[in-house]
Every structure is written in C-alpha cells, then in structure tokens.
Design a binder for this molecule. Structure first.
Ligand code: F6P
Length: 329
C-alpha cells in the first residue's frame, strides 16, 4: 500500500517514535510510506516524499517531529479540501495516517466525510482528545512538570515563599492535576472547577497557621478564576498577585511554557506511540478508515474518528476529587 503520514498541531515528545513505527512496520509489510511536511498543509500542497530507513533510524528517543508541524485545517481555506483530495489521487495514496490533537483530528474527520481514507492517532500534552484515554506526549509532559514542581518546592521551602507554577493544558486541567498530584502540589487551579481566590487565600493562611512555611500552587493556563484581576496578566500572574496581597506571603511565579513540549519522550510515551502507530497501520491495511487508533480500557483499539469532534475531554470527577482531597482550597 501507499500510506501518507503527517503530524499536525502543537508538537510533543513521542511523534518521532510513531513516525518510526509506521515507517518501519509499513516497510516490513511491503508499504511505501510518504511523509508530508507541516501537517495537513503539506498534504494540501503535495509536499511529501517517501520516508527512507535512514531518515527514520535513531529517532525513537528524540523530541519534536522530523516531519515538522503546523496548525492548518484545509476546509477553512478556499479549495483546501479539494487540494488534499488531489494530492491523494496524484500520489496514489491508499490511506493517510494523521497524528494530531483535537484540531487536526477534527479537520481530518471532516475530510473523511469528503472521502479522505484516514486513520487518526491522538497526540498532545493536553491529553484532551475525546475517544482515547491517553494521548502521546502526555506522560512525558507530566514528568517534566512534576520535576519542575519538585524543584520549585525546595527553593520555596528555603525562602518561606508562596510559589505559583503555571502549566499548559489549554481548556483542560489534565497536566496540572496529574503533575500536581505526582509532585505534591499544595493547591490547584484548573478549568474544570472555578476557583474563588479569596477562599484559596484563606485556606493557604490556615495551612501556614498550622505549621507550613511555604506552599506551591499549580495553575492551569485555562484556569477559571473568581476574584482575580485579568489586568495583572495570565492566570498564573493573577493567582500570584491576588494571593500575595491577600495573604501577605512573598510570592514568585514560574511559567513553564514550551519546556513542557520539548525533550525526549518517556519509555511509556515511546511504547504508546509505537503501539498506536502499529494499530493505525493495521487499520489502514484492513480498510478501516475514518477511525482513531486509541488507548481504550483493555489496551489499544479503534474508535470512530468523528468522536474527536465532541470537544476537549475534561479531567474526570473522580481524579478531580482525589486531587481535591490532597490539596487545600
Ligand atoms: O495544545 C498543546 C499546547 O501546548 C497547549 O497546551 C498550549 O495552549 C498551546 O499548545 C500553545 O501553542 P503554541 O505552541 O502555538 O504557542
């Protein structure tokens, strides 16, 4: 078969592991794998080439994507859908495997309705793609954030400070909750549950009256804050300014930014990327298009791709409740 392959949306660790798996396993099955640069834009522009063994050797451990990426949704551009279908015909593609977050995968799902033979693979540090329990890149990002919070803890303790760490995650709090629990954050602000900052300030004061000399607050970039002043800046900046003035504690803000998306994937992400790459390739061989290779209850499975169009997947209530019992506020 001739299989197209691309990575779209924000990058994350583990993309290269999936590219390697699809290319290697495809070659073993007698396929030619054509990699398209810069996501769906490359597919629309016909910017592809046959991936060689040399190109995909030694990339399992590397962050980023050798195919490069872009946020591009063909149907939002005049003639974009037709351009994608023209590339598929010109390059005689039997199937296309798209690695994306919910933006790229939703665009791929809409293209499927226009006849694109596509299989999706979920990847994003936000872990918010509907239809899968896990996304490539999340495990690595949790490890990066947890490590950062560990480090912030020790300097905060030394200086008796209130330390605020702002993390990515777009409209959901997966990263904040997972890393917050793993690193023992003292308070969390996430989009799933609005946070009243005056109440959080009181809870932190109580914590310090009871003996704590420093606290770490992890704030998701999409946190919903009540009582913050948007003029002070990002959610992390608002939390820092509001809590500092309400508690009198000396406070410092750390915005982790794109550090969270870089670096080598963890073994867990490499394994997930390899298994999802294998599942997507097998789906293409079986002609099971308009599907998503996904982490499901009992391992790896295929779910209808259109499920990704259902919006971002929030942190489930039981995990939020656990986080709530371990933190103040
Ligand atoms: O979707 C992944 C993500 O890292 C989000 O957590 C973040 O809001 C966004 O991408 C940042 O995008 P950019 O790299 O375009 O600034």
């Amino acid at each position: 078969m001739r299989i197209g392959l691309l990575t779209g949306g924000g990058d994350c660790p583990g993309l290269n592991a999936a590219i390697r798996a699809v290319t290697r396993l495809g070659r073993l099955a007698g396929d030619e794998v054509i990699g398209y640069a810069h996501g769906l834009r490359g597919l629309a522009e016909g910017d592809g080439h046959v991936l060689t063994a040399d190109e995909t050797r030694g990339i399992l451990q590397s962050g980023g994507t050798i195919l490069h990426t872009a946020r591009f949704h063909p149907d939002e551009h005049p003639g974009g859908t037709e351009a994608v279908l023209a590339t598929v015909a010109r390059d005689r593609l039997d199937g296309v495997i798209v690695l994306g977050g919910d933006g790229t995968l939703s665009a791929a799902s809409r293209l499927a309705r226009h006849g694109l033979p596509v299989v999706g693979i979920p990847k994003t540090i936000d872990n918010d793609v509907t239809g899968t329990a896990r996304c490539i890149g999340f495990d690595t990002a949790v490890a990066t954030v947890a490590d950062a919070v560990d480090r912030v803890h020790t300097t905060g303790e030394s200086h008796d400070r209130l330390m605020v760490v702002e993390v990515m995650g777009r409209t959901v709090g997966w990263l904040a909750v997972a890393a917050g629990i793993a690193a023992g954050a003292d308070a969390l602000c996430v989009p799933e549950e609005p946070v009243a900052l005056p109440l959080l300030a009181k809870a932190l004061l109580r914590r310090h009256e009871e003996g704590a000399t420093s606290s770490v607050v992890v704030v998701a970039e999409g946190a919903v804050l009540l009582g913050g002043d948007p003029a002070t800046g990002s959610p992390g900046a608002q939390v820092t300014a509001t809590l500092a003035s309400a508690t009198g504690f000396e406070a410092r803000l750390t915005v982790l930014g794109h550090v969270q998306r870089g670096g080598p994937p963890t073994p867990t992400d490499r394994l997930l990327a390899t298994a999802l790459g294998d599942a997507a390739l097998r789906a293409a061989h079986a002609g099971r298009f308009a599907t998503l290779a996904a982490a499901v209850d009992d391992g790896i499975g295929l779910v209808p791709l259109e499920r990704v169009e259902g919006g971002a997947r929030p942190v489930p209530p039981d995990l939020l409740a656990l986080a709530g019992r371990l933190t103040v506020g």
